[in-house]
Design a binder for this molecule. Structure first.
Ligand code: FMN
Length: 423
């Protein structure tokens, strides 16, 4: 899928990453005219202070886990030697998430500048923009933007600060979902199939070819130049209810206006759906939302007031994830949607951990049987058993995500599964 067009974006004044002046074109002079470059300059002036600014800003990883960004940067910075790598993760292949392709395809310079500031902070001279090649013109756009930065004299200043030449390149990822997991990113950049690896060691200690490697999501890095430019307090003031910054929400499913919305972190779910998404499609009643994408816990009408930030969503037993919100209306089958998602996970499982490959396949088969009206009570019991057995059985989080969505749907919509059993 190609990057979203401007018309598909609701532009409002609170925007930072999707502010109108950033969307006028993807040229480097255009980015500079919109205030780009100031963050990197501040970082060059006070290199030792970069990580502290991020800590005070409260920036957390927006690739799904919400891990505090400054802690990961500190871990890489603490590693000895100049042979370190920064990777911008632009693999984005999960159903329902379409934010990184927008940033990289429409405003790549803020992401690249964020990656360069990261390199300066952790002491890395190799910067890789790792981009899914299946996202239309996104990869060529990033490659063009990278070429523009390479010709910019600021890279010489960066090299002087880092004590040697800086390499900046755009690399095509495998385009597979699993290729976005951080150790799979490392494997692919080493020239291998993107099989996730056991952790520890974490990439921060031993990543690409054994070098300490910082891997951050494209949206996480996009925030960095703005934070360095405007300061930590400014970033904190962008959010609501104590949650810092803004967040890109990928809103899809049964709403009037699906699309990408940049809103203050902490915006209530109901506001996202009603005000920004235009309410439910054809006036149908709200049934549930797959919060944070298809590998998380479902939230129901009781949770429409939840502020969409990491801690508030977690307090309701779910996760903000990538900020994907897949809305389901009354009349739409939960088992059908869950079956589709689990089929995706079964196809995406890389196969190196047998419980994940066979477990996702088995879950998909059983769910499909129930969804098509051929399931029995024994099938439903098997699904419940698998949900108990499978978590933690894979090297990466794929199997855990698949089980989470199944178990959550059984907990909240068990009666719907029961009603579909044969006889
Ligand atoms: C199966 C799987 C797929 C993933 N795909 C992506 C992805 O496409 N992009 C991404 O940024 N993170 C992805 N992640 C999360 C990464 O492993 C990693 O946590 C993230 O890139 C770190 O960035 P952040 O700290 O800025 O969030 C994936 C994780 C798993 C388990």
């Amino acid at each position: 899928m190609d990057a979203l067009t401007r018309d598909q974006l609701a532009i409002e004044p609170a925007r930072v990453l999707t502010a109108p002046d950033l969307l006028v074109g993807s040229s480097l002079p255009g980015w500079h005219a919109a205030g780009g470059g100031i963050g990197l300059r501040r970082a060059l002036e006070d290199r030792a202070g970069i990580i502290g600014v991020l800590e005070r800003a409260g920036l957390r990883g927006l690739g799904g886990a919400g891990f505090p960004t400054h802690r990961k940067w500190e871990a890489v910075a603490a590693q000895p030697g100049p042979e370190k790598v920064v990777v911008c993760n632009g693999n984005e292949d999960e159903p329902g998430t379409f934010k990184d392709r927008f940033l990289l395809g429409r405003t790549p310079h803020q992401v690249i500048e964020g990656a360069l500031i990261a390199a300066l902070a952790v002491g890395a001279r190799q910067v890789v923009m790792y981009v899914n090649p299946h996202l239309g013109s996104v990869l060529p756009t990033v490659a063009e933007a990278v070429a523009a930065w390479r010709a910019d004299p600021v890279l010489l200043e960066l090299a002087a600060a880092l004590g040697g030449p800086v390499t900046l390149e755009a690399r095509a990822s495998s385009g597979r979902y699993i290729g976005g997991e951080e150790t799979a990113v490392v494997a692919w950049l080493e020239g291998s199939f993107p099989f996730p690896r056991r952790k520890p060691p974490f990439p921060a200690e031993s990543g690409v070819h054994g070098k300490p490697t910082l891997i951050n999501n494209a949206e996480t890095l996009a925030h960095v130049p703005h934070i360095l430019r405007h300061g930590a307090a400014w970033f904190r003031s962008r959010g609501r209810g104590g949650a810092p910054g803004t967040k890109l929400f990928s809103l899809s499913g049964d709403v009037q206006r699906p699309g990408l919305y940049e809103l203050p972190m902490g915006t209530p779910l109901a506001e996202l759906i009603e005000e920004h998404g235009g309410g439910m499609l054809m006036g149908r009643a709200f049934k549930a939302v797959f919060t944070g994408g298809p590998s998380n816990t479902l939230l129901t009408a009781d949770h429409l007031d939840v502020p969409l930030d990491f801690d508030s969503v977690r307090a309701r037993g779910s996760r903000l994830g990538t900020g994907a919100m897949i809305v389901v209306s009354e009349g739409t089958s939960i088992p059908r949607r869950v079956t589709e998602f689990v089929e995706f996970f079964a196809e995406s499982s890389c196969g190196q951990c047998p419980p994940c490959k066979t477990g996702t396949y088995q879950l998909a088969t059983l769910l499909h049987r129930i969804d098509s009206g051929h399931g029995t009570r024994a099938d439903l019991d098997s699904i419940r058993q698998l949900c108990g057995l499978l978590p933690g059985s894979g090297r990466c989080g794929l199997i855990d995500g698949a089980v989470t969505v199944v178990a959550s749907s059984l907990e909240r919509f068990g009666a719907e599964y029961e009603s579909m059993l044969r006889g």
